[in-house]
Design a protein around this ligand. Structure first.
Ligand SMILES: Nc1ncnc2c1ncn2[C@@H]1O[C@H](COP(=O)(O)OP(=O)(O)O)[C@@H](O)[C@H]1O
Ligand SMILES: [Mg+2]
Length: 322
């Protein structure tokens, strides 16, 4: 498990809006071993999608600008690749599953055509070979009657089936890296559970490395080996899934965990919420970014950005452990 497939080093992404510069991703580093699943969690707006899109080189630039850092995929910096190289890498070596499959599937092309294209373009298969592989893929993601589904258009499928198709597209070339950005957020809970189970089964079959992005820690717990908690453009806690869930250290991680509903919780009991809202990334100029919502701030928190500290098995950016 130790061969590193992806290393993100000190990634900085700014958005330039008029004369405002928004540091959406501000010094993010992490690495991913072969076959490992990293859960990237945090509330909406903390920089998860921008991180993912940077890795895929799908960020719109401008308004975005990658100002610092490296994205090493199998040892090569993706930030130095040409657009043509990236097109070859995407789909073949790395692929992304988005929240709303309708936006990434082409409404006027059949499901069969869209998946076959991946095989034709990246593996030089003939039309017939590609179609038969497409049917295999649809079976793999447990779509019933694949021979019929290949002739259908995206709008003829349910949301859950479309997401399975997206997963089939993403897996088609057995990429080394898959990034799933809120893949189940648009689905109802039953379908969500099925999709997560599917991802878990495929993980062991294909042995890809996965970045699972979610605002929901419960989802990450189901699939991840390691967890990175993001807050306002930074990773504030990192560790293996067991230690982050059983012994969270950062006040933000603790808050997120307390906000997960228990199955047997009575309706009356209110979920604990983290007070306040995520600050816009350029709002807090100094100190810890979480200081405006934290219950245990000290003097240092107000003025100095906390460094990463080893606490138990986790890495934590919090002055309370200094
Ligand atoms: N196209 C854009 N233009 C300006 N700001 C953006 C754009 N996309 C994202 N941002 C800002 O970057 C920050 C991180 O966004 P994002 O990565 O989408 O958050 P998440 O995926 O964690 O919900 C947010 O503050 C968001 O407003
Ligand atoms: Mg997002």
């Amino acid at each position: 498990m130790n061969e590193k497939i992806l290393k993100v080093e000190d990634l900085h992404v700014d958005f330039h809006l008029g004369d405002r510069v928004i540091p959406a991703v501000d010094g993010v580093s992490f690495s991913l071993s072969k076959g490992e699943t990293l859960g990237l969690v945090g509330e909406s707006g903390c920089g998860k999608s921008v991180t993912a899109l940077s890795i895929m080189r799908l960020l719109q630039m401008p308004p975005a600008r990658i100002t610092r850092g490296k994205i090493l995929f199998r040892g090569e910096n993706l930030l130095n690749k040409s657009d043509e190289d990236m097109r070859r890498i995407r789909g073949k070596d790395m692929s992304m599953i988005f929240q709303e499959p309708m936006t990434s599937l082409n409404p006027v092309l059949t499901i069969g055509y869209q998946i076959s294209e991946v095989f034709i373009q990246h593996q030089n298969l003939s039309k017939e070979e590609a179609l038969s592989k497409t049917i295999d893929m649809l079976e793999l993601v447990r779509i019933p009657l694949p021979e019929r589904v290949v002739k259908q258009y995206p709008h003829q499928l349910s949301g859950g089936m479309r997401q399975r198709v997206m997963i089939a597209v993403a897996l088609a070339c057995e990429p080394g890296l898959i990034i799933a950005d809120e893949p189940t957020t648009a689905l109802d809970v039953t379908v969500e559970a099925q999709i997560l189970e599917l991802i878990n089964q495929l993980k062991s079959k294909i042995n890809s490395s996965i970045i699972m992005i979610s605002h929901d820690l419960g989802i990450v717990a189901e699939v991840a080996d390691k967890v990175a908690v993001m807050y306002s453009g930074r990773i504030v806690e990192y560790g293996d899934v067991y230690s982050v869930f059983t012994e969270p250290k950062h006040p933000y991680t603790k808050g997120l965990l307390e906000a997960i509903p228990d199955i047997d919780m009575s309706r009356k009991k209110r979920l604990k919420e983290i007070r306040g809202v995520v600050p816009y990334p350029d709002e807090i100029k100094e100190g810890c970014r979480f200081k405006t919502r934290c219950d245990c701030t000290k003097e240092d928190c107000m003025v100095k950005e906390p460094p990463f500290l080893h606490v138990g098995g986790n890495l934590v950016r919090c002055w309370n452990y200094a």
